[in-house]
Design a protein around this ligand. Structure first.
Ligand code: AP5
Length: 218
């Protein structure tokens, strides 16, 4: 276990590249990736009552009620792997209440990464996104095409990845984002997310390397 593992949050509009950057960050820094959307999709796949309720909101591009999301994220953060290796929280908090709850539970991040992407780019990213159900890897038909024919043949699409649904998700994002940003203003790193994924990662990597060095972890 590391002495004082990093605790990072990553935020941004739908399809701004959060999941993609989390793949790159965890690969280099070994943090535990906790994505609220992935936890919710796993809950749906399990067939539970909470999953069924969550899906109704996700299909409308709205926030899933806090009584489902807050405890789900808290429990994941408390598991030993997150505590020992540090965590990378993706897609949470999305409202002032979620941010306040997290603070009350004693979870304070070291850095809040905000991916900034122009809106016309977001729609194109959503519509072209594909997922590999075997590895969980995120692809894009144009920007990150699958490496082999075999992978290409098994790619799936998310149920909320249509142009119509992403516009609803974007509306929800705009309604809630300001309150969350204010809460983490002093530890926010604004990142230009319009550029290729390697260039986005270079900006994040610079900040994380510095945080690591400050703690003399490397
Ligand atoms: P969630 O799953 O979190 O969806 P989201 O916020 O809409 O974000 P995405 O996962 O769509 O995008 P991303 O930013 O991870 O982008 P990605 O890296 O895949 O949430 C889904 C729903 O769950 C919500 O609508 C809500 O209902 C519910 N929910 C979730 N959290 C909640 C919470 N806290 N409270 C209540 N409800 C909650 O990239 C997108 C595409 O672009 C990919 O194809 C990728 O290959 C490509 N790409 C990425 N980066 C680049 C780049 N730099 N250049 C070119 N292409 C790129």
């Amino acid at each position: 276990a590391k002495a004082d593992p990093l605790k990072i949050m990553i935020s941004g509009a739908p399809a701004s590249g959060k999941g993609t950057q989390c793949e790159l960050i965890t690969k280099k820094y070994g943090l535990v990736h906790i994505a609220a959307g992935n936890l919710l999709r796993a809950e749906i796949a399990s067939g539970s009552e909470n999953g069924k309720r969550a899906k109704e909101y996700m299909e409308k591009g709205q926030l899933v009620p806090n009584e489902i999301v807050v405890m789900m994220v808290k429990e994941r953060l408390l598991l030993p792997d997150s505590q020992e290796n540090g965590w990378l929280l993706d897609g949470y908090p999305r409202s002032l209440l979620q941010a306040t709850a997290l603070k009350e539970f004693g979870f304070q991040p070291d850095l809040f990464i905000l991916l900034e992407v122009n809106e016309e780019i977001l729609v194109e990213r959503v519509v072209g996104r594909r997922l590999d159900p075997v590895t969980g890897k995120i692809y894009h038909l144009k920007y990150s095409p699958p490496e082999t024919e075999e992978i290409a043949a098994r790619l799936t699409q998310r149920f909320d990845d249509t142009e119509e649904k992403v516009k609803l998700r974007l509306q929800t994002h705009h309604q809630n984002v300001e309150a969350v940003l204010l809460m983490y203003e002093d530890i926010t790193l604004k990142v230009n997310g319009n550029v290729p994924k390697e260039d986005v990662f270079a900006q994040i990597d610079g900040a994380l390397t510095k945080l690591h060095e400050d703690r003399k972890l490397i």
